[in-house]
Ligand binder design. Structure first.
Ligand code: NAP
Length: 246
């Protein structure tokens, strides 16, 4: 008989009393992460640009008997992030930060890539996680600990033809995460990387068998596993693949 999925064992109140800020929460991986953290009792601060989609996610969270605040923000804009940080401070800070927002602009060789695309990829995928970590870590230090999960990619472990800027941004995000993790682990702040292969979202996957891809819920399960570890245990990185090539 083939192995079956084990029953879920994390208590539904594992994150009660904790506040989680999730970027990219309007759809895809970020939305699933936000819903999974809410299911464990966390209060959510959900961030993306699409206000209507964020409002729908907020309602889904309320339907789970959890609380959510919607913070629309263009993470490619440092001034908008500054305004977001002020609103997060006013909301009381956060114990968990999940940087899931990301863009690819994959599909053409580097010599055809406009400078603006390169800059927007790095602003969204690297500078925004830097600015948000810089903003929330003082709160975590003052409160005795916290968790940061940065959603990277297997493209941050190797080459990606026609996606060089995206791959470079994920290599950069990894380097940022590994280094900050060493700065903060003695302060009970865990900075982890989750690096999935292809996930069934609107991000990509053209021509692939979506049923064989990782699903957003799989990545969300990895995130909840990381943030519910006993405080003395630190899983610094997870690489995720589907069992069958999509
Ligand atoms: N899907 C994959 O195959 C795959 C594989 C490996 C890694 N990843 C990584 O997983 C993460 C989530 O991707 P996904 O698959 O869920 O993609 P997705 O479905 O395209 O969702 C991307 C999310 O990022 C947000 N976002 C993009 N640019 C933004 C900006 N300037 N400001 C604020 N929010 C912004 C989007 O919200 P708005 O449009 O509402 O702003 C959306 O919520 C990304 O970091 C991606 O690199 C994905």
């Amino acid at each position: 008989m083939p192995p079956t999925d084990p029953p879920a064992s994390t208590p539904p109140t594992a994150l009660a009393g904790r506040t989680a800020l999730v970027t990219g929460a309007s759809r895809g991986v970020g939305r699933s992460v936000a819903l999974s953290l809410a299911q464990l009792g966390a209060r959510l601060l959900v961030v993306a640009r699409d206000r209507k989609a964020l409002a729908e996610v907020q309602q889904e969270i309320v339907d789970l008997a959890a609380a959510a605040e919607v913070f629309p923000c263009d993470l490619a804009s440092s001034s908008e992030i500054q305004a977001l940080v002020s609103r997060v401070d006013a909301a009381g800070g956060c114990d968990i930060l999940v940087n899931a927002a990301g863009i690819g602009r994959i599909g053409r060789p580097l010599h055809e890539m406009p400078l603006e695309d390169f800059d927007t990829i790095f602003a969204t995928n690297v500078r925004a996680p830097f600015l948000l970590m810089r903003a929330v870590v003082p709160y975590m230090l003052a409160h005795g600990g916290g968790d940061v999960v940065n959603i990277s990619s297997l493209a941050g472990q190797g080459p990606l033809a026609n996606g060089a800027a995206y791959a470079a941004s994920k290599w950069a995000l990894n380097g940022l995460s590994y280094s900050v993790a060493e700065e903060l682990r003695a302060h009970n702040i865990r900075v982890s990387v989750v690096a999935p292969g292809s996930v069934n979202t609107s991000f990509g996957g053209a021509g692939k068998d979506r049923a064989k891809m990782l699903q957003p819920e799989d990545v969300a399960a990895a995130v909840t596993m990381l943030v519910t570890q006993p405080r003395h245990a630190f899983i610094s990185e997870l690489r995720m693949r589907s069992t069958q090539k999509p």
